[in-house]
Design a protein around this ligand. Structure first.
Ligand SMILES: [Zn+2]
Length: 190
């Protein structure tokens, strides 16, 4: 589908090729997806994501996904059809906030602030982007007590320290003059 400057990646035939829905129902679903795509594209452009792609996937569990590497927001086609328009709008804004906040922000304060500003519910309840969580899990597995790690403080200065404890969501890092609790997301391993 060509809409202005962007080619949308919306594989309608593929999405529905196994569905035995009657044609009027199918057409309603397509109409709804077209609406959602237009809404998402509009909101993405409005919030400065003109160079990000929009697509749909087949996920049932996840409502949306933000792929920072590919600069792509993916929405669940099935969920977009099932959910209320208000819920779907919230998912779009939720993912836009991720795109703007960057992957390190997770659902932390920076993401919450942006989510609130652009009108998304600042809660992580609806979805857990697998890529973020996988990355989080990888860092969590890799980092060991005794490792030297670096991270940035609020002033964006790089701090170097040694991991002295692994907590469920953070690591305790000993630095000259004290200890810090640092989110796994924020660690830069070297
Ligand atoms: Zn999220």
């Amino acid at each position: 589908m060509d809409c202005g400057s962007t080619i949308w990646n919306v594989p309608y035939e593929y999405l529905f090729h196994t569905c035995n829905v009657i044609s009027s129902e199918r057409s309603e679903r397509l109409d709804r997806l077209t609406e959602v795509a237009a809404e998402a594209r509009g909101l993405m452009d409005q919030h400065g994501l003109q160079n990000w792609l929009l697509g749909f996937n087949h996920s049932f569990k996840q409502l949306g996904l933000c792929n920072y590497e590919k600069k792509e927001i993916l929405l669940s086609a099935m969920q977009a059809i099932r959910r209320t328009p208000a819920e779907t709008t919230d998912v779009i804004l939720h993912e836009i906030a991720h795109a703007l906040a960057g992957w390190k922000a997770g659902h932390g304060p920076k993401w919450k602030k942006i989510a609130t500003r652009i009108g998304a519910k600042p809660s992580a309840c609806a979805e857990a982007p697998t890529e973020i969580m996988e990355r989080h899990q990888t860092i969590k597995n890799d980092v060991q007590v005794g490792d030297t790690v670096t991270f940035k403080n609020k002033q964006q200065q790089t701090i170097r320290g040694v991991v002295i404890r692994k907590n469920p969501k953070t690591v305790t890092v000993k630095v000259p003059g004290g200890t810090w609790r640092v989110s796994y997301f924020a660690l830069e391993t070297s």
